[in-house]
Design a protein around this ligand. Structure first.
Ligand SMILES: [Zn+2]
Length: 335
């Protein structure tokens, strides 16, 4: 049966009054998928018009773009056997996991209340992991030599690991300990943990920008891309926190143009410009004779910490899934 025919057999989407409170979004009126459908319904719904459709597609496209870039980088660099490239490969891995987790979360979150909580915890686990990947890559290739052996650089990886785990824990707290309509403090749990890891990963770049602004280093080819990366991140934060444009036109951006989709696009561009910037820094580093990375890349300080954070974030997700089960049972007793 052609895809169009299959999609036509799917249940039409619902309005906000027809779905439980947990699934409603502020200023979104229509296009809700139904709960308790078979898994294939949620996969096929990617070809249906509903209010999560673009949230999935934006990060599926980001995932495909990242995969394409991995293939291009693999033609130029030895991403597996050259230790110099391990921080780069570890970050690429975290980026792929981020986009997989996010696409998965938005695709399946309407299946049930427990799946909804679990999906977003998986999303948070991916965000934390990508934070660590970015800490590794920036502290390996993007720092000015006079930052080597500084406190920040010496503790970049262990602090990055802790912050990556905290992102997953704090965002999971924000999801399970609060109920709709969410108070502002809930956003703080998410924003503070994500901003903390971002500050940690961006410090080497800020330091370089500071050196440039105080005439201590010349402009270099990576700097413009780093600045664009920061601008995309700030734009992403704006859309994430503002509910603009839908707050001014409720119901008008249910399918296309919702702030969460714009946030996804900004994150996609942040990672895209990040790779451009690191590519230039890497090339500039490689042009210097006898260049060595500090600390020199090992399995432990690249892939090892990535796998460690994946493991801890899985444990954290399983723990908060139990918390969510308890919350769902309690709420169903009360209602
Ligand atoms: Zn999202």
């Amino acid at each position: 049966m052609p895809l169009q025919k299959i999609v036509e057999t799917l249940v039409p989407t619902a309005t906000k009054e027809e779905v439980p409170k947990l699934f409603r979004e502020p200023h979104v009126e229509t296009g809700f998928r139904h709960l308790h459908q078979p898994w294939r319904y949620y996969i096929l719904s990617l070809f249906q018009i509903h209010n999560e459709c673009m949230n999935v597609w934006t990060h599926v496209i980001a995932l495909l773009m990242t995969m394409a870039r991995v293939a291009i980088f693999a033609r130029e660099f030895d991403l597996i056997y050259d230790k110099f490239m391990w921080p780069f490969t570890a970050c690429l891995l975290s980026m792929l996991v981020l986009y997989m987790c996010s696409s998965f979360a938005h695709c399946f979150q309407n299946k049930s209340e427990l799946v909804h909580y679990t999906c977003f915890m998986i999303d948070y686990a991916g965000i934390g992991l990508y934070g660590l990947g970015s800490v590794i890559i920036h502290h390996a290739y993007c720092l000015h030599p006079n930052m080597i052996a500084s406190f920040v650089h010496s503790y970049s990886i262990p602090v990055g690991v802790i912050l990556a785990i905290l992102v997953c824990i704090c965002c999971s707290i924000s999801k399970t300990f609060y109920s709709r309509p969410y108070p502002y403090t809930r956003r703080l749990w998410q924003v503070i943990s994500v901003v903390a890891v971002y500050i940690w990963l961006i410090l080497p770049v800020w330091h370089r920008v500071h050196l440039y602004l105080t005439d201590q280093v010349p402009w270099d080819s990576g700097m413009g891309h780093h600045i664009q990366q920061m601008m995309w991140f700030v734009a992403g934060g704006f859309f994430f926190g503002s509910d603009i444009p839908q707050r001014f036109f409720p119901g008008k951006f249910d399918f296309l143009g919702h702030s969460h989709q714009l946030f996804h696009i900004c994150i996609m561009m942040t990672s895209y410009k990040q790779l451009d910037a690191v590519y230039h820094d890497l090339k500039n580093l490689r042009n210097e004779p006898l260049v060595k990375l500090h600390p020199s890349p090992t399995f432990y300080n690249t892939f090892g910490v990535i796998f460690l954070v994946i493991f801890v974030n899985i444990l954290s997700t399983l723990f908060f899934r139990e918390v969510a089960k308890f919350k769902i049972a309690k709420e169903s007793k009360c209602s």
